[in-house]
Unconditional design. Sequence first.
Length: 498
Amino acid sequence: MSEIINKSLDQNIQNFKNIFKDCGDIGYRFIQIGSTQKTQACFIFSDGLIDKQIISEYAIQLLLTTSEGGDLDMAKFKSNIMDTIAKEAIAIVEVDEETEVDRLVDSILSGETILLVDGISKALVLSSRGWPTRGVGEPETETVVRGPRDGFAETLKINTTLVRRRVRDPKMKIKTLQIGRRSKTDVAVLYIEDIVNEELLKEVFKRLDTVDIDAILDSAMLEQLIEDDYLSPFPQIENTERPDTVAASLYEGRVALLVDNTPFALIVPATLGTLLQSAEDYYSRWTISSVLRLLRILAGFLAILSPALYIAITSFHPGLIPTKLTYYVAASRINVPFPAVVEAFLMEITIELLREAGTRISGPIGTTIGIVGGLIIGQAAVEAGVVSPLMIIIVAITTIAAFALPSYELASGLRVCRFIFMILAAFLGLYGIMLGVVVLSTHMIRLNSFGIPFTSPYSGLGIQEGDLKDTLIKAPIQKLERRPQFTFPKNKRRMRRR
Protein backbone atom coordinates (compact mmCIF):
# COMPACT_ATOMS: atom_id res chain seq x y z
CA MET A 1 0.00 0.00 0.00
CA SER A 2 1.32 3.43 -0.92
CA GLU A 3 2.48 5.75 1.86
CA ILE A 4 0.12 8.62 2.74
CA ILE A 5 1.16 12.26 3.26
CA ASN A 6 1.85 13.10 6.91
CA LYS A 7 0.37 16.14 8.69
CA SER A 8 3.83 17.24 9.77
CA LEU A 9 5.53 19.31 7.08
CA ASP A 10 8.99 18.54 8.49
CA GLN A 11 8.28 14.82 8.32
CA ASN A 12 7.02 15.11 4.74
CA ILE A 13 10.06 17.12 3.66
CA GLN A 14 12.36 14.55 5.27
CA ASN A 15 10.55 11.73 3.45
CA PHE A 16 10.93 13.45 0.09
CA LYS A 17 14.60 14.24 0.76
CA ASN A 18 15.18 10.56 1.52
CA ILE A 19 13.42 9.56 -1.71
CA PHE A 20 15.33 12.15 -3.77
CA LYS A 21 18.65 11.61 -2.04
CA ASP A 22 21.58 12.87 -4.15
CA CYS A 23 19.13 14.29 -6.73
CA GLY A 24 20.55 17.76 -7.24
CA ASP A 25 17.77 18.82 -9.60
CA ILE A 26 15.01 18.63 -6.95
CA GLY A 27 14.25 22.05 -5.45
CA TYR A 28 12.45 23.10 -2.24
CA ARG A 29 10.91 26.58 -1.79
CA PHE A 30 9.64 27.42 1.72
CA ILE A 31 7.18 30.28 2.35
CA GLN A 32 4.99 31.53 5.21
CA ILE A 33 1.25 31.75 4.46
CA GLY A 34 -1.73 32.96 6.47
CA SER A 35 -2.79 36.44 7.60
CA THR A 36 -3.20 36.07 11.37
CA GLN A 37 -1.70 32.65 12.01
CA LYS A 38 1.45 32.08 10.00
CA THR A 39 1.94 28.56 8.70
CA GLN A 40 4.90 27.15 6.83
CA ALA A 41 4.42 25.73 3.32
CA CYS A 42 6.81 24.28 0.80
CA PHE A 43 6.88 23.94 -2.99
CA ILE A 44 8.78 20.89 -4.31
CA PHE A 45 9.77 20.71 -7.98
CA SER A 46 12.32 19.34 -10.41
CA ASP A 47 14.52 22.13 -11.74
CA GLY A 48 14.65 22.03 -15.52
CA LEU A 49 11.29 20.30 -15.94
CA ILE A 50 9.14 23.22 -14.80
CA ASP A 51 8.33 26.70 -16.04
CA LYS A 52 9.63 28.76 -13.13
CA GLN A 53 7.76 31.85 -14.26
CA ILE A 54 4.41 30.07 -13.92
CA ILE A 55 5.15 28.97 -10.36
CA SER A 56 6.66 32.33 -9.35
CA GLU A 57 3.90 34.57 -10.73
CA TYR A 58 0.77 32.46 -10.51
CA ALA A 59 1.47 30.43 -7.39
CA ILE A 60 4.08 31.83 -4.97
CA GLN A 61 3.48 35.54 -5.61
CA LEU A 62 -0.32 35.29 -5.53
CA LEU A 63 -0.23 33.08 -2.45
CA LEU A 64 1.97 35.56 -0.58
CA THR A 65 -0.16 38.50 -1.73
CA THR A 66 -3.34 36.77 -0.57
CA SER A 67 -1.77 36.05 2.81
CA GLU A 68 -0.57 39.63 3.32
CA GLY A 69 -3.95 41.04 2.31
CA GLY A 70 -5.71 39.07 5.01
CA ASP A 71 -7.77 36.99 2.59
CA LEU A 72 -6.15 33.75 3.71
CA ASP A 73 -6.89 33.15 7.40
CA MET A 74 -5.42 29.84 8.51
CA ALA A 75 -7.50 29.71 11.68
CA LYS A 76 -10.71 30.31 9.77
CA PHE A 77 -10.06 27.95 6.86
CA LYS A 78 -7.99 25.30 8.64
CA SER A 79 -10.34 22.44 7.75
CA ASN A 80 -10.40 23.17 4.01
CA ILE A 81 -7.33 25.36 3.55
CA MET A 82 -6.08 23.41 0.51
CA ASP A 83 -9.39 23.85 -1.27
CA THR A 84 -9.32 27.57 -0.44
CA ILE A 85 -5.76 27.93 -1.74
CA ALA A 86 -6.62 26.13 -4.96
CA LYS A 87 -9.71 28.25 -5.63
CA GLU A 88 -8.72 31.68 -4.28
CA ALA A 89 -4.93 31.97 -4.00
CA ILE A 90 -3.52 30.23 -7.09
CA ALA A 91 -4.14 31.16 -10.72
CA ILE A 92 -2.82 27.99 -12.37
CA VAL A 93 -5.23 26.19 -14.71
CA GLU A 94 -4.70 22.62 -13.55
CA VAL A 95 -4.65 22.02 -9.78
CA ASP A 96 -5.32 18.61 -8.22
CA GLU A 97 -5.28 17.24 -4.69
CA GLU A 98 -3.26 14.15 -3.86
CA THR A 99 -2.46 12.19 -0.69
CA GLU A 100 -0.26 9.30 -1.88
CA VAL A 101 3.51 9.84 -1.78
CA ASP A 102 4.20 7.62 -4.82
CA ARG A 103 1.85 9.62 -7.00
CA LEU A 104 3.42 12.88 -5.81
CA VAL A 105 6.88 11.57 -6.65
CA ASP A 106 5.69 10.69 -10.16
CA SER A 107 4.18 14.16 -10.51
CA ILE A 108 7.44 15.87 -9.51
CA LEU A 109 9.44 13.79 -11.98
CA SER A 110 6.88 14.58 -14.70
CA GLY A 111 7.39 18.32 -14.40
CA GLU A 112 4.62 19.17 -11.93
CA THR A 113 5.09 21.18 -8.75
CA ILE A 114 3.59 20.05 -5.45
CA LEU A 115 2.59 22.26 -2.52
CA LEU A 116 2.73 20.96 1.04
CA VAL A 117 1.28 22.87 4.02
CA ASP A 118 2.13 22.16 7.64
CA GLY A 119 -0.72 20.45 9.49
CA ILE A 120 -2.49 19.28 6.31
CA SER A 121 -2.35 15.63 5.24
CA LYS A 122 -2.77 16.30 1.54
CA ALA A 123 -0.84 18.10 -1.18
CA LEU A 124 -1.70 20.21 -4.20
CA VAL A 125 -0.30 19.21 -7.60
CA LEU A 126 0.23 22.30 -9.77
CA SER A 127 0.61 22.01 -13.54
CA SER A 128 3.96 23.62 -14.35
CA ARG A 129 5.58 21.58 -17.11
CA GLY A 130 8.03 23.67 -19.08
CA TRP A 131 11.08 21.68 -20.14
CA PRO A 132 13.08 22.61 -23.26
CA THR A 133 11.40 21.25 -26.39
CA ARG A 134 12.05 21.12 -30.10
CA GLY A 135 9.50 23.10 -32.02
CA VAL A 136 7.19 21.72 -34.68
CA GLY A 137 9.23 21.20 -37.83
CA GLU A 138 8.93 19.51 -41.19
CA PRO A 139 9.11 15.69 -41.15
CA GLU A 140 12.56 14.58 -42.28
CA THR A 141 11.73 10.99 -43.25
CA GLU A 142 8.40 11.58 -45.00
CA THR A 143 8.75 14.64 -47.16
CA VAL A 144 6.04 15.54 -49.66
CA VAL A 145 5.81 17.93 -52.58
CA ARG A 146 2.24 18.89 -51.74
CA GLY A 147 0.68 18.56 -48.31
CA PRO A 148 1.10 19.70 -44.68
CA ARG A 149 4.66 20.39 -43.54
CA ASP A 150 4.26 20.03 -39.77
CA GLY A 151 5.64 16.96 -38.04
CA PHE A 152 5.60 15.45 -34.58
CA ALA A 153 8.05 16.60 -31.90
CA GLU A 154 9.37 14.83 -28.80
CA THR A 155 6.67 16.24 -26.50
CA LEU A 156 3.48 14.22 -26.12
CA LYS A 157 1.25 17.24 -25.51
CA ILE A 158 2.39 18.88 -28.75
CA ASN A 159 1.78 15.68 -30.69
CA THR A 160 -1.74 15.13 -29.37
CA THR A 161 -2.52 18.77 -30.15
CA LEU A 162 -1.38 18.35 -33.76
CA VAL A 163 -3.75 15.42 -34.18
CA ARG A 164 -6.63 17.15 -32.39
CA ARG A 165 -6.36 20.07 -34.83
CA ARG A 166 -7.22 17.63 -37.61
CA VAL A 167 -9.87 15.63 -35.78
CA ARG A 168 -12.22 18.13 -34.16
CA ASP A 169 -14.59 15.43 -33.07
CA PRO A 170 -15.52 14.66 -29.44
CA LYS A 171 -15.68 11.02 -30.46
CA MET A 172 -11.90 11.00 -30.82
CA LYS A 173 -10.63 9.72 -27.48
CA ILE A 174 -7.15 10.15 -26.02
CA LYS A 175 -6.36 7.76 -23.18
CA THR A 176 -2.98 8.15 -21.49
CA LEU A 177 -1.11 5.26 -19.89
CA GLN A 178 2.26 5.03 -18.16
CA ILE A 179 4.54 2.21 -19.31
CA GLY A 180 7.90 1.35 -17.80
CA ARG A 181 8.55 0.57 -14.16
CA ARG A 182 11.28 3.19 -13.87
CA SER A 183 10.80 5.50 -16.85
CA LYS A 184 7.00 5.75 -16.43
CA THR A 185 6.77 6.89 -20.04
CA ASP A 186 3.46 8.48 -21.04
CA VAL A 187 1.76 6.66 -23.92
CA ALA A 188 -1.40 8.10 -25.49
CA VAL A 189 -3.87 5.80 -27.24
CA LEU A 190 -5.93 7.63 -29.87
CA TYR A 191 -9.04 6.31 -31.59
CA ILE A 192 -12.44 7.47 -32.83
CA GLU A 193 -15.04 5.83 -30.64
CA ASP A 194 -17.85 5.32 -33.15
CA ILE A 195 -15.54 4.06 -35.93
CA VAL A 196 -12.94 1.79 -34.33
CA ASN A 197 -13.69 -1.91 -33.91
CA GLU A 198 -14.10 -2.85 -30.24
CA GLU A 199 -12.13 -6.09 -30.58
CA LEU A 200 -9.17 -4.24 -32.08
CA LEU A 201 -9.27 -1.66 -29.29
CA LYS A 202 -9.39 -4.36 -26.60
CA GLU A 203 -6.44 -6.14 -28.18
CA VAL A 204 -4.40 -2.93 -28.16
CA PHE A 205 -5.01 -2.27 -24.46
CA LYS A 206 -4.43 -5.94 -23.65
CA ARG A 207 -0.98 -5.91 -25.24
CA LEU A 208 -0.06 -2.60 -23.62
CA ASP A 209 -1.03 -4.00 -20.21
CA THR A 210 1.29 -6.98 -20.68
CA VAL A 211 4.37 -4.79 -21.23
CA ASP A 212 6.60 -5.08 -18.16
CA ILE A 213 9.96 -3.41 -18.66
CA ASP A 214 12.18 -0.90 -16.86
CA ALA A 215 11.99 1.81 -19.48
CA ILE A 216 10.43 2.75 -22.81
CA LEU A 217 12.82 5.22 -24.43
CA ASP A 218 11.31 5.30 -27.89
CA SER A 219 8.22 4.13 -29.73
CA ALA A 220 10.38 1.54 -31.53
CA MET A 221 10.87 -0.30 -28.23
CA LEU A 222 7.14 -0.39 -27.61
CA GLU A 223 6.55 -1.51 -31.20
CA GLN A 224 8.80 -4.54 -30.76
CA LEU A 225 7.14 -5.48 -27.47
CA ILE A 226 3.56 -5.53 -28.78
CA GLU A 227 3.91 -6.75 -32.38
CA ASP A 228 2.66 -10.20 -33.38
CA ASP A 229 5.89 -11.81 -34.62
CA TYR A 230 9.12 -10.24 -33.42
CA LEU A 231 11.16 -12.75 -35.47
CA SER A 232 9.79 -11.47 -38.77
CA PRO A 233 11.94 -9.02 -40.76
CA PHE A 234 8.81 -7.09 -41.76
CA PRO A 235 7.11 -4.45 -39.59
CA GLN A 236 3.61 -5.30 -38.37
CA ILE A 237 3.06 -1.80 -36.96
CA GLU A 238 3.21 1.31 -39.09
CA ASN A 239 5.19 4.29 -37.82
CA THR A 240 5.02 7.89 -38.96
CA GLU A 241 6.01 11.38 -37.91
CA ARG A 242 3.18 13.03 -39.86
CA PRO A 243 0.05 14.16 -37.93
CA ASP A 244 -2.05 14.05 -41.10
CA THR A 245 -1.19 10.37 -41.59
CA VAL A 246 -2.30 9.62 -38.03
CA ALA A 247 -5.54 11.55 -38.51
CA ALA A 248 -6.29 9.73 -41.77
CA SER A 249 -5.64 6.39 -40.06
CA LEU A 250 -8.05 7.24 -37.25
CA TYR A 251 -10.74 8.03 -39.81
CA GLU A 252 -10.16 4.55 -41.26
CA GLY A 253 -10.88 2.90 -37.93
CA ARG A 254 -7.29 2.27 -36.88
CA VAL A 255 -5.65 3.00 -33.53
CA ALA A 256 -2.67 5.33 -33.02
CA LEU A 257 -0.11 5.24 -30.20
CA LEU A 258 1.84 8.39 -29.32
CA VAL A 259 4.85 7.88 -27.05
CA ASP A 260 6.42 10.71 -25.07
CA ASN A 261 10.03 11.63 -25.95
CA THR A 262 9.77 10.44 -29.55
CA PRO A 263 8.47 12.09 -32.75
CA PHE A 264 7.29 8.81 -34.28
CA ALA A 265 3.71 7.62 -33.80
CA LEU A 266 2.61 3.99 -34.12
CA ILE A 267 -0.48 2.95 -36.11
CA VAL A 268 -2.19 -0.45 -35.82
CA PRO A 269 -3.05 -2.58 -37.62
CA ALA A 270 -0.62 -2.34 -40.52
CA THR A 271 -0.80 -4.24 -43.79
CA LEU A 272 1.49 -4.51 -46.78
CA GLY A 273 -0.83 -2.14 -48.61
CA THR A 274 -0.69 0.59 -45.97
CA LEU A 275 3.11 0.35 -45.79
CA LEU A 276 3.33 0.99 -49.53
CA GLN A 277 1.10 4.05 -49.35
CA SER A 278 2.39 7.59 -48.96
CA ALA A 279 0.62 10.62 -47.51
CA GLU A 280 1.10 12.38 -50.84
CA ASP A 281 -1.10 9.79 -52.57
CA TYR A 282 -4.15 11.56 -51.19
CA TYR A 283 -2.97 15.05 -52.14
CA SER A 284 -2.15 14.24 -55.79
CA ARG A 285 -4.51 13.41 -58.62
CA TRP A 286 -5.67 9.82 -58.65
CA THR A 287 -3.95 8.96 -61.93
CA ILE A 288 -0.56 10.08 -60.62
CA SER A 289 -1.07 8.31 -57.29
CA SER A 290 -2.08 5.06 -59.01
CA VAL A 291 0.99 5.06 -61.27
CA LEU A 292 3.26 5.80 -58.30
CA ARG A 293 1.78 2.93 -56.30
CA LEU A 294 2.44 0.51 -59.16
CA LEU A 295 5.99 1.87 -59.38
CA ARG A 296 6.50 1.20 -55.67
CA ILE A 297 5.39 -2.40 -56.10
CA LEU A 298 7.89 -2.75 -58.96
CA ALA A 299 10.54 -1.13 -56.75
CA GLY A 300 9.85 -3.73 -54.06
CA PHE A 301 10.51 -6.59 -56.49
CA LEU A 302 13.65 -4.89 -57.83
CA ALA A 303 14.98 -4.23 -54.34
CA ILE A 304 14.76 -7.87 -53.37
CA LEU A 305 15.35 -9.78 -56.65
CA SER A 306 17.73 -7.78 -58.88
CA PRO A 307 21.10 -9.07 -57.56
CA ALA A 308 19.74 -12.60 -57.21
CA LEU A 309 18.51 -12.64 -60.82
CA TYR A 310 21.91 -11.35 -61.99
CA ILE A 311 23.67 -14.18 -60.14
CA ALA A 312 21.25 -16.86 -61.33
CA ILE A 313 21.27 -15.83 -65.00
CA THR A 314 25.02 -15.26 -65.34
CA SER A 315 25.95 -18.41 -63.41
CA PHE A 316 23.24 -20.93 -64.34
CA HIS A 317 20.93 -19.70 -67.09
CA PRO A 318 22.78 -17.49 -69.62
CA GLY A 319 20.59 -18.95 -72.35
CA LEU A 320 17.60 -17.00 -71.05
CA ILE A 321 18.99 -13.66 -72.20
CA PRO A 322 19.32 -12.50 -75.85
CA THR A 323 22.45 -13.57 -77.68
CA LYS A 324 23.83 -10.05 -78.20
CA LEU A 325 23.34 -9.25 -74.54
CA THR A 326 25.04 -12.53 -73.62
CA TYR A 327 28.11 -11.47 -75.61
CA TYR A 328 28.15 -8.10 -73.82
CA VAL A 329 27.81 -9.67 -70.38
CA ALA A 330 30.56 -12.17 -71.14
CA ALA A 331 32.85 -9.43 -72.47
CA SER A 332 32.27 -7.22 -69.44
CA ARG A 333 33.08 -10.08 -67.06
CA ILE A 334 36.04 -11.51 -68.93
CA ASN A 335 38.59 -9.77 -66.68
CA VAL A 336 36.62 -10.17 -63.42
CA PRO A 337 38.45 -12.72 -61.24
CA PHE A 338 35.48 -13.51 -59.00
CA PRO A 339 32.29 -15.48 -59.62
CA ALA A 340 29.06 -13.51 -59.89
CA VAL A 341 27.99 -14.22 -56.30
CA VAL A 342 31.24 -12.85 -54.82
CA GLU A 343 31.03 -9.85 -57.13
CA ALA A 344 27.44 -9.15 -56.06
CA PHE A 345 28.11 -9.59 -52.35
CA LEU A 346 31.19 -7.36 -52.54
CA MET A 347 29.28 -4.48 -54.09
CA GLU A 348 26.13 -4.91 -52.00
CA ILE A 349 28.11 -4.87 -48.76
CA THR A 350 30.01 -1.79 -49.97
CA ILE A 351 26.75 0.02 -50.69
CA GLU A 352 25.37 -0.95 -47.27
CA LEU A 353 28.52 0.45 -45.62
CA LEU A 354 28.14 3.71 -47.54
CA ARG A 355 24.46 3.90 -46.62
CA GLU A 356 25.23 3.32 -42.93
CA ALA A 357 28.05 5.87 -42.95
CA GLY A 358 25.82 8.47 -44.61
CA THR A 359 23.10 7.83 -42.02
CA ARG A 360 25.45 8.20 -39.04
CA ILE A 361 27.04 11.39 -40.39
CA SER A 362 24.20 13.79 -41.00
CA GLY A 363 24.25 16.93 -43.09
CA PRO A 364 26.40 17.79 -46.10
CA ILE A 365 29.22 15.44 -45.05
CA GLY A 366 26.90 12.43 -45.04
CA THR A 367 25.58 13.32 -48.49
CA THR A 368 29.11 13.77 -49.77
CA ILE A 369 30.16 10.38 -48.44
CA GLY A 370 27.26 8.68 -50.22
CA ILE A 371 27.71 10.38 -53.58
CA VAL A 372 31.49 10.63 -53.79
CA GLY A 373 32.03 7.23 -52.16
CA GLY A 374 29.64 5.51 -54.54
CA LEU A 375 31.08 7.18 -57.65
CA ILE A 376 34.73 6.73 -56.76
CA ILE A 377 34.47 3.17 -55.47
CA GLY A 378 32.27 2.06 -58.37
CA GLN A 379 34.52 3.60 -61.01
CA ALA A 380 37.69 2.31 -59.35
CA ALA A 381 36.26 -1.19 -58.98
CA VAL A 382 35.36 -1.34 -62.68
CA GLU A 383 38.75 -0.01 -63.81
CA ALA A 384 40.54 -2.45 -61.53
CA GLY A 385 38.55 -5.34 -62.98
CA VAL A 386 37.11 -6.34 -59.60
CA VAL A 387 33.49 -6.04 -60.78
CA SER A 388 31.76 -5.67 -64.11
CA PRO A 389 29.99 -2.47 -65.25
CA LEU A 390 26.68 -4.37 -65.37
CA MET A 391 27.05 -5.21 -61.68
CA ILE A 392 27.38 -1.50 -60.88
CA ILE A 393 24.14 -0.86 -62.78
CA ILE A 394 22.36 -3.67 -60.91
CA VAL A 395 23.50 -2.38 -57.52
CA ALA A 396 22.47 1.20 -58.39
CA ILE A 397 19.01 0.08 -59.50
CA THR A 398 18.60 -2.02 -56.35
CA THR A 399 19.61 0.84 -54.06
CA ILE A 400 17.34 3.36 -55.80
CA ALA A 401 14.43 0.91 -55.67
CA ALA A 402 14.86 0.43 -51.91
CA PHE A 403 14.76 4.20 -51.35
CA ALA A 404 11.57 4.46 -53.43
CA LEU A 405 9.58 2.57 -50.78
CA PRO A 406 7.74 4.88 -48.33
CA SER A 407 8.34 2.65 -45.28
CA TYR A 408 11.95 2.52 -44.11
CA GLU A 409 11.27 -0.59 -41.99
CA LEU A 410 9.73 -2.45 -44.93
CA ALA A 411 12.70 -1.50 -47.12
CA SER A 412 15.08 -2.71 -44.40
CA GLY A 413 13.27 -6.06 -44.24
CA LEU A 414 13.58 -6.44 -48.00
CA ARG A 415 17.29 -5.62 -47.77
CA VAL A 416 17.76 -8.54 -45.37
CA CYS A 417 15.80 -10.86 -47.65
CA ARG A 418 17.87 -9.70 -50.62
CA PHE A 419 21.01 -11.37 -49.25
CA ILE A 420 19.10 -14.60 -48.60
CA PHE A 421 17.86 -14.62 -52.19
CA MET A 422 21.42 -14.02 -53.41
CA ILE A 423 22.62 -17.11 -51.50
CA LEU A 424 19.75 -19.21 -52.88
CA ALA A 425 20.52 -18.01 -56.42
CA ALA A 426 24.21 -18.87 -55.98
CA PHE A 427 23.39 -22.50 -55.10
CA LEU A 428 20.22 -23.27 -57.05
CA GLY A 429 19.84 -20.55 -59.68
CA LEU A 430 16.29 -19.60 -60.66
CA TYR A 431 14.98 -22.63 -58.79
CA GLY A 432 16.44 -21.18 -55.59
CA ILE A 433 14.82 -17.84 -56.30
CA MET A 434 11.44 -19.49 -56.85
CA LEU A 435 11.89 -21.46 -53.62
CA GLY A 436 12.65 -18.21 -51.80
CA VAL A 437 9.59 -16.52 -53.32
CA VAL A 438 7.35 -19.38 -52.15
CA VAL A 439 8.77 -19.34 -48.61
CA LEU A 440 8.62 -15.52 -48.39
CA SER A 441 5.06 -15.41 -49.72
CA THR A 442 3.98 -18.10 -47.25
CA HIS A 443 5.54 -16.16 -44.39
CA MET A 444 3.84 -12.91 -45.39
CA ILE A 445 0.46 -14.64 -45.81
CA ARG A 446 0.75 -16.20 -42.33
CA LEU A 447 1.83 -12.90 -40.76
CA ASN A 448 -0.76 -10.94 -38.77
CA SER A 449 -1.00 -7.44 -37.36
CA PHE A 450 -3.26 -7.36 -34.31
CA GLY A 451 -5.33 -10.20 -35.74
CA ILE A 452 -5.49 -8.69 -39.25
CA PRO A 453 -3.72 -10.59 -42.10
CA PHE A 454 -0.62 -8.69 -43.18
CA THR A 455 -1.44 -9.18 -46.87
CA SER A 456 -5.06 -7.99 -46.57
CA PRO A 457 -7.27 -7.77 -48.51
CA TYR A 458 -5.75 -10.40 -50.80
CA SER A 459 -5.52 -13.11 -48.14
CA GLY A 460 -7.58 -14.07 -45.12
CA LEU A 461 -10.34 -11.47 -45.29
CA GLY A 462 -11.34 -11.47 -48.93
CA ILE A 463 -11.63 -8.46 -51.22
CA GLN A 464 -14.23 -5.86 -50.27
CA GLU A 465 -15.43 -2.87 -52.24
CA GLY A 466 -13.80 -0.36 -49.91
CA ASP A 467 -10.42 -2.09 -50.28
CA LEU A 468 -10.35 -2.51 -54.05
CA LYS A 469 -10.46 1.22 -54.66
CA ASP A 470 -7.50 2.05 -52.42
CA THR A 471 -4.89 -0.72 -52.68
CA LEU A 472 -2.87 -1.35 -55.86
CA ILE A 473 -4.32 1.83 -57.32
CA LYS A 474 -6.15 4.80 -55.84
CA ALA A 475 -9.58 5.61 -57.19
CA PRO A 476 -10.76 9.23 -57.44
CA ILE A 477 -11.67 10.61 -54.06
CA GLN A 478 -15.31 10.88 -55.14
CA LYS A 479 -15.38 7.06 -55.34
CA LEU A 480 -13.85 6.42 -51.90
CA GLU A 481 -17.24 6.29 -50.22
CA ARG A 482 -16.44 3.41 -47.88
CA ARG A 483 -13.68 3.00 -45.35
CA PRO A 484 -11.16 0.16 -45.82
CA GLN A 485 -12.78 -3.03 -44.55
CA PHE A 486 -9.71 -4.77 -43.13
CA THR A 487 -10.22 -2.94 -39.81
CA PHE A 488 -13.92 -3.89 -39.61
CA PRO A 489 -15.01 -0.35 -38.71
CA LYS A 490 -18.36 0.27 -37.03
CA ASN A 491 -19.21 3.09 -39.40
CA LYS A 492 -18.40 1.76 -42.86
CA ARG A 493 -19.38 4.80 -44.92
CA ARG A 494 -17.34 8.00 -44.81
CA MET A 495 -18.87 9.90 -47.72
CA ARG A 496 -22.43 10.49 -48.80
CA ARG A 497 -23.18 8.85 -52.13
CA ARG A 498 -23.12 11.43 -54.91
